[in-house]
Design a protein. Structure first.
Lengths: 528, 298
């Protein structure tokens, strides 16, 4: 364990931008949602009606979990029910980044030569991630207790988010020992997360139906945490179970670390071809190899989202028949224009959400350029006959068209599943997000070209857009604040009148940002 | 074209720090040129400027007769580069990387690739992430040496190789040298390697060239160590010009002598009468040390 403190400082330095960002975002999401719900439900009657309809809605239960109660606080913690999964994702990515990814890059070997114990790296990564999870819980507890005055419930709410981080940090600690590749370790951990989510959905859907498969939720870590019901019938058992599970998994990881050598995985790595295939001889061929995993993963994920959102859309139609007040609420949830068409505003809202997720993909894929630079791979390619422009363009092709394909998959599937004859408008409305996605990708290119060391700040852009969307739901934000987000300017094809001007403006802005970035790239030191 | 690389008065600043401060480097076509300097001297920075990865703030640089910044892509077709810290794409195999880099440079000799893989005992089917530092270096070396190019730029290419592989590397470079149609710039701080391989060398320190020339040219700057057992007292030897660190013990003498004072010193020894004599040629190590002592004294 010697050297752990030193390694913790190193992690904090490397993550000094991303870590505070996700702590703040997840820690304040509860109170932000609460505030936006206050605006959404001016009267108790509206709120209670919304709750009673949502309780039995399969699509919403799939997304957020079971709803047990109808108070503002209960609705808030229910709506934040997808966040444990996102925190789990952030936690597992952080742990792998500071364990297996470092080991694969040879940085651990470097540290190994200094005075650092064998378990120090794993310990440091887990301590940092656990502390971040605790901070998220603490922030949630303090802000929600202040807002609701319910100390016990807020404590349970905070605990729900904290243990989610703890459990998936521990899962990642195990998968980091299994293979010698950070990418495989990441994939296995994400699959565990996905399976946990699927089991929870299965169990919860069964709970509002015949109840035969309710047990499924209890074999899923995500099922445990969404059964805490902080402001409803609080259940502390899942918290205890989660902490125990995290502790056991951490011990397993430590034992696995003991029986393997530095750099090795427990599962041996397979041999590959001795010669490159014909396609691997130009920058585009290389970019395809580097981006295809990302492309397939995101596209599959988006198709899944389409299935869920399209399915929920079907059940929204049932709600529509019941009440006009609810229609208005959904309209506001979607940041809608008061057109009053429930399904239209629902799909407009979904398109905006999906667009934001696609923007994350765009930023991530664009940042591959920076990854290639810092890893030293760019130097190898750029000292061959490949120009800087050709190199950047080969990656940007995937950063721009990848999100397009992912959005298409989501729009296609949800349009097909929704079965209301609106196929073209759902797909079109989804694709209309693309110019806004490209603006964020363009911003990333700009940073990469002109201020390469600040490239990671590009992640602030989607975060700000999410905050703008959340604030926008309360209808109290001033227009200039909303205008910061390019997604505010995307026309709603479903239920709105479409004008070409904002689309063209967004495209021009995206192109200008990217061009300025590429101009900077041509003139700067590389690596910088 | 007689100079493959011609840089004069290169200046490169990183913020306040001047990494290069008037560096000169001339490499003649067809020679193996050693580029020596301690860590942080500016070797990698110089190479990156020559490769158009970085722009210099002052001075002049030409590479294969062209402008390394403006004509980077065309010039790169004619050279191969092995960076000091080789990293490979984790999901590509070594063989794939070799082929890829070769094709990006404009062609690779498959027979030569196979020969080099054998000589370096490298398994090309392993994934990039599973190679050790030495093996990553071998991948980059094979890719560079199997490419059909006129100039090889190697930045501390043996820093991760074990002694056996270092020997293989030397043989391969000597083979290249015999072919005679390739220019090699070899940055290093392994002195024996430069001594064994290079026609000429440039020594730099703190971003400045301190010495340049052939090994023979630079030897005049060094001293030979002499130990001798004499039959009589070494009269006057201690005070002769060019003799340093003179010590005597019981009929035995030890001293260092400048190369141009070697002949008179030996004549004096012979006059006194020599029973035994050990002389040590100047190693590059000493040459290296002396350059730095000298510039410290300045
Ligand atoms: N990108 C950079 N930013 C700031 N300083 C740098 C950068 N690259 C190199 N330096 C500094 O320039 C000097 C020369 O470094 P380098 O060329 O790597 O030396 P060498 O290759 O001879 O060891 C060092 O002092 C190093 O710290
Ligand atoms: Mg160097």
């Amino acid at each position: 364990m010697t050297g752990t403190a030193k390694l913790i400082r190193l992690i904090l330095r490397r993550d000094r931008i991303v870590l505070p960002l996700w702590i703040l975002l997840f820690g304040l999401l509860g109170v932000g949602t609460y505030a936006s719900f206050e605006g959404l439900f001016p009267t108790d009657a509206e709120r209670i009606q919304f709750a009673s309809v949502s309780t039995d809605n399969a699509g919403l239960v799939a997304l957020y979990g079971l709803l047990q109660g109808d108070s503002l606080a209960v609705l808030t913690s229910w709506r934040v029910g997808f966040v444990p999964m996102v925190i789990g994702l952030a936690a597992l990515l952080t742990v792998i980044r500071h364990t297996r990814a470092d080991e694969e890059a040879g940085r651990t070997e470097l540290l190994g030569a200094t005075v650092v114990g064998r378990h120090a790296q794993l310990a440091a990564a887990l301590i940092v991630t656990a502390t971040a999870s605790v901070l998220i819980g603490l922030l949630t507890f303090v802000s929600m207790a202040g807002k609701t005055g319910n100390t016990g419930g807020s404590l349970a709410f905070g605990a729900e988010l904290t243990v989610s981080g703890l459990m998936f940090a521990a899962v990642a600690a195990i998968t980091a020992q299994l293979t010698s590749s950070a990418r495989s370790a990441r994939s296995i951990a994400v699959v565990v997360l996905g399976v946990a989510y699927a089991l929870r959905v299965g169990g919860d859907i069964s709970a509002i139906g015949d109840g035969g498969l309710t047990w499924l939720s209890w074999v899923s870590p995500l099922g445990w945490v969404t059964h805490i019901f902080p402001y409803g019938p609080v259940n502390w058992w899942p918290v205890v179970m989660s902490v125990l599970a995290a502790a056991i998994a951490t011990n397993v990881a430590v034992e696995l670390r003991k029986v393997r050598d530095l750099g090795d995985g427990l599962v041996a790595s397979r041999l590959g071809p001795a010669n490159a295939p014909a396609g691997l001889g130009h920058p585009l061929g290389l970019a395809w190899r580097l981006h295809r995993g990302l492309l397939l993963g995101w596209t599959a994920g988006f198709a899944l989202l389409g299935l869920i959102f399209g399915g929920v859309g079907g059940s929204v139609l049932d709600i529509a028949e019941s009440n006009q007040g609810l229609t208005d609420i959904f309209d506001r949830l979607a940041g809608g224009n008061g057109a009053g068409q429930l399904l239209d505003s629902y799909f407009a809202g979904i398109a905006g959400t999906v667009g934001l997720i696609a923007a994350c993909y765009g930023v991530q894929a664009t940042l591959r350029l920076r990854d290639e630079e810092t890893a030293g791979h760019a130097e190898a390619v750029l000292t061959t006959s490949v120009s800087r422009f050709a190199w950047a363009a080969s990656h940007l092709l995937f950063a721009l068209l990848g999100p397009a394909l992912a959005l298409f998959a989501e729009g296609l599937v949800s349009g097909l599943v929704a079965t209301d004859g609106n196929f073209g408008r759902i797909l079109g409305g989804t694709m209309l997000q693309l110019p806004a996605v490209w603006v964020l990708a363009g911003l990333t290119v700009l940073l990469f070209g002109l201020l390469p060391r600040l490239s990671l700040v590009a992640w602030a852009a989607p975060v700000i857009c999410v905050l703008v969307l959340l604030v926008g739901q309360t209808l109290q934000a001033s227009q200039w604040l909303l205008d910061i987000s390019p997604f505010t300017h995307v026309p709603h094809l479903t239920g709105g009148t479409v004008s070409a001007t904002p689309v063209i403006t967004l495209l021009v802005v995206a192109a200008a940002l990217a061009a300025a970035g590429l101009f900077g790239l041509r003139r700067r030191n590389l690596p910088d | 074209m007689t100079e493959a690389i011609d840089a004069e008065g290169l200046i490169k600043r990183f913020g306040q720090v001047a990494a290069l401060d008037g560096l000169d480097l001339k490499v003649r076509t067809g020679e193996v040129h050693g580029f020596l300097g301690p860590n942080g001297a500016g070797k990698t920075t110089t190479i990156r400027i020559l490769l158009g990865l970085m722009r210099h703030d002052g001075g002049r640089a030409s590479l294969l007769g062209g402008d390394p910044w403006a004509q980077a892509t065309e010039l790169h077709k004619r050279l191969a580069y092995v960076p000091g810290d080789v990293t490979l794409w984790p999901s590509l195999t070594g063989g794939e990387v070799i082929d890829l880099l070769g094709r990006l440079r404009g062609g690779l000799d498959p027979a030569r690739k196979k020969e080099l893989l054998d000589r370096f005992e490298l398994d090309p089917r392993k994934k990039g992430r599973t190679y050790s530092k030495g093996n990553r270096q071998k991948v980059a070396l094979v890719a560079a040496l199997a490419s059909d190019v006129e100039l090889l730029i190697l930045d501390e290419p043996t820093s991760g190789l074990d002694p056996l592989m270092e020997e293989v590397f030397r043989e391969v470079i000597l083979q290249e040298k015999r072919r005679g149609d390739r220019t090699v710039l070899l940055s290093s701080h392994i002195l024996a390697e430069v001594e064994a391989l290079c026609d000429r060398l440039t020594i730099i320190r703190e971003g400045r060239t301190v010495e340049t020339g052939s090994l023979a040219d630079l030897r005049h700057l060094t001293r030979t160590s002499i130990q001798a057992e004499l039959s009589g007292p070494p009269d006057g030897l201690a005070t002769m010009p060019g003799i340093h660190d003179f010590r005597t013990d019981n009929g035995k003498v030890r001293f260092d002598v400048d190369t141009d004072a070697l002949e008179p010193a030996l004549q004096t020894l012979v006059k006194v009468g020599v029973r035994s004599l050990v002389s040590q040629p100047p190693s590059l190590e000493e040459l290296f040390l002396r350059q730095y002592q000298r510039s410290d004294e300045k």
